[in-house]
Design a protein. Sequence first.
Lengths: 124, 159
Amino acid sequence: MSGEEEENAAELKIGDEFLKAKCLMNCEVAIILHHKYEQLQQTSDDPMNQVSQVFEKSLQYVKRFSRYKNPDAVRQLCVLGNLCPETVEEAIAMVPSIKTRGRAHDDEAIEKMLNDLSLIKKFE
Amino acid sequence: MLQRSIVVRLLDDFARRKATKDLGYFLAVTTLENIGEGRVRENTGEVLFPVVFSGITFKIFRGEVLDGTVHKVLKHGVFLKCGPVENIYLTCSKMPDYRYVQAENPVFLSEKNPKIEKDVVVRVIVIGTKWLEAEREFQALVSLEGDFLGPVSCENPLD
C-alpha cells in the first residue's frame, strides 16, 4: 500500500487489500458476528467474557446501524445481484423465496428491484 | 485434536492482535482455508503451523462518510465512537453554525439543525486518520462540512 497520505475513500483510494476485499453491509456483518456469538454461547456460560473488546464493540455498532432489519430480504437481494436475472419469472425461479417469504413481493415490486439492479450494472 | 488446538490458537491470536495499520480492526475469523506443514523451531521445540484464513476487518478511511455515536461532549468539540474506533474527534471548528452550551449535560446547539449531545448519532466525513502503534488503535478527525452531514435520527434505537 502506498503511504497513508495517499488514502482517500472519496476517490476509492483505499489500499490494495481493501480493493480486493469484499465490502459487507452492516446487517451482513451483524448476522456473521451474531452467529459467532451464538456459537460461543453454547460452549460457555459467559460468552461476552470470551470475546475481544473489538468484537463486542463492533457487534453493538453493526446491530445499531443495520438499516435492514430483515436478513432474508438482504440475502435475496444479494443473490439477485449476483445472478442478474432479466425477467421476473427468471428471478422467481432463482430465488423462490422473494414471492413467499419475508415481505412477499408482488411481480411489480420484483420488476422494480430488477430494474434498479440493472441500472447499477450499466453504470459500471 | 491437533486441528482443534490450531484453530483455538488462531482465534486467540486473532483476538489478541486487535488491529493492524493496513487491515484495520480484526472483527472475526470466517473461514480457515488451509493449515500448512508444521515446522519445529530449533530453540524452543515449539511447532509453527502456517495457516491461511479469511476474516472480517473494519478500517476507516479519509474521505469516507460514516455514522458515529457521541460519547463525550467537551467545550471544543465532541468525541464519537464508531464500532471499535472510540476516538473520533469532531472539533467545533468543523461544526459550522453550532455553539457550545454549558450545562449539566453540555450540548452543541444550532439554529438550523438538531442539537448534538451525548448518545446522538451524527453522520460525518473523515478528514484524517492516525494509527497509534503502541495502543494498536486508530484515531480519526471528522467534519460536518459537507452536504447531508449532521445529526441523524436513527430508526433503530439500541435493542
